[in-house]
Write a protein that binds this ligand. Sequence first.
Ligand code: NAI
Ligand code: AKG
Length: 630
Amino acid sequence: MSATPTFVFDFDSTLVRIETLEALADIALAGHPEADNVRAEIAKLTDQAMSGEVDFGTALRRRLALLPLTRAHVEQLADRILDEGTWSVRRNLRFFQENADKIVILSGGFREIIAPVAEGLGVAPERVLANDLVYNAEGRVTGVDDQNPLSWDNGKPKVIEALGLARPIVMVGDGWNDAEVKLAGAADRFYAFTEIARREKVVAVADAEAPSMDELLHAEGMAGRWSYPRARIRMLLLENIHPAAVERLQEAGYSVETMKGALDEDDLIDKIKGVHVLGIRSKTNVTARVLEAADRLMAVAAFCIGTNQIDLDACADHGVAVFNAPYSNTRSVVELAIGLTITLMRDVVDKSAGMHAGKWNKSADGSRELRGKTLGIVGYGAIGSQLSVLAEALGMRVIFHDLSERLALGNARRMRNLDALLAEADVVTLHVDGRKDNAELIGAAQFQQMKEGALFLNLSRGHVVNIGALSQAIQGGRIAGAALDVFPEEPRTNADPFESPLMGLKNVILTPHIGGSTEEAQEAIAEFAAERLLGYLNRGDTTFAVNLPNVQLSEVSGGHRILHIHRNQPGVMAALNRELASAGLNILGQHLKTDERTGYVITDVDRDYDPEALKALKTLDGTLRFRLLH
Ligand SMILES: NC(=O)C1=CN([C@@H]2O[C@H](COP(=O)(O)OP(=O)(O)OC[C@H]3O[C@@H](n4cnc5c(N)ncnc54)[C@H](O)[C@@H]3O)[C@@H](O)[C@H]2O)C=CC1
Ligand SMILES: O=C(O)CCC(=O)C(=O)O
């Protein structure tokens, strides 16, 4: 884009979130018996004027006449007007301050209210064109200066023309009187600013809609607070992710679409185009085919612990970061495992079903206490080890088996192998991760090794257990009861049917993958995963990424940040630094971290460089993803 244009900004509902006359009405009418009616009348007139249904001068005078307005009221609003700044204006203060000599504020509102905002933005008083209130000797507002063209209809174009500003002139505002500036030829481009108020009639005649200052600056080729308008970054959250995540991501400026259920591969392939961030839980498979179709994808967040549903290597090969929430639902799973163990030990489910069918079966046969029994935990990670502590507190003896070296908590005893654990445990509970190698970790042979009458729980992943073998072990009496929360095939949505050979078996509890489904866990996951996404999108921070090297980063301040994800192959770093040096970029800081597959380089540079110089970095051999942040 060529020379910086002259930007002319409206004030009410553009630079600030309020309409001045409505805010003044709130102050002046406080405690007034007719306050609500008068306020509604004022709001209606504002809307009619801004939509071009009533001429501006008439609406202004009628609104002022409705208010018992004094100098003290006006001062009160002026004192707090800085708190009312539009969010995207606030975050782009630097644009205003650096381009103040190219900015004019043009408003049908009042100079006293606009002055503090103009000062904050660095815009000189002579570049503020607004109405002047007229007061009587008692300090009561009697009207506006009638000589000022801004107090009349079509005043804005007249004032702009009279100023003889350098062209091109870009007019930005939410109202019809702003559109009139372009319609009268006094501006070259008109953006309908819709962050606060969106009026169809105004948008219809605009050259473009600007839902925020970020969008405006991007469209005009100006450097804004963000390298790219966040509203253009599309996030698709599937599987009923908790609203706390949606709120957090939207509040940060991103566009979020949600869906209740999971999508199958073909539907996801259709839906993924144009999506920058995908949020899922355990039922959506992110396959290599999905990634091939994903033309914009930067990150996937698993709003759960397990990431076995995601092809992590394929994601890394596409430079797509994957995050999960490794701790937020662990307590919920542990509590359910304890509850299910007690329920199985006391045959509660069948007894309860009997009662519902009118059968009173008071008996202690087969009912046992937890106390003194041996709990065998397979997989002593975040969940298994927490369960160990709670089970011991309830008087159980704990033994565990894990492929990795794990610290035994309390009196828990590590078993040298799975067989030894199976032979000794009264209750076997699975908490292994969902890696492919764990398919059918427990089958007929393992059930055969368990004690006669043992109880069996699986709250980890469905494919870890051979369900047919479990069904036989239960029917043969070796397993006295079982609780399953996860299944090899799980319905994608609540509307899809569920089938299993375990249905109808005695003392078998089947739950629909709800181990982590508590309000507390879902909210905690939502907050955790959303923060990880924001850290990555806004700063490039990969802390807790499960498929890329983890680098913890602070905010970008002052300079620009170049993020480069590449295949971990010889020479990439040297080539990258050669390009940076030949472009004359002044490097403020640089981090490199690699894993077996991928390298991640973060380079903070001074802002003064030729953007063209960055093009070469995008095409360096081995590049998987290039991003620029500021
Ligand atoms: N039912 C539900 O709603 C939920 C299920 N989960 C699932 O629970 C499982 C455990 O989660 P975390 O404890 O957070 O995982 P984690 O990764 O902290 O722990 C898993 C442990 O299992 C061990 N392990 C893996 N394969 C093994 C094997 N064959 N034999 C022995 N040890 C083995 C690992 O070394 C690791 O220590 C995961 O599969 C997760 O997806 C997690 C949350 C909710
Ligand atoms: O709640 C979910 O959707 C999945 C929970 C789970 O299995 C996990 O966190 O790994």
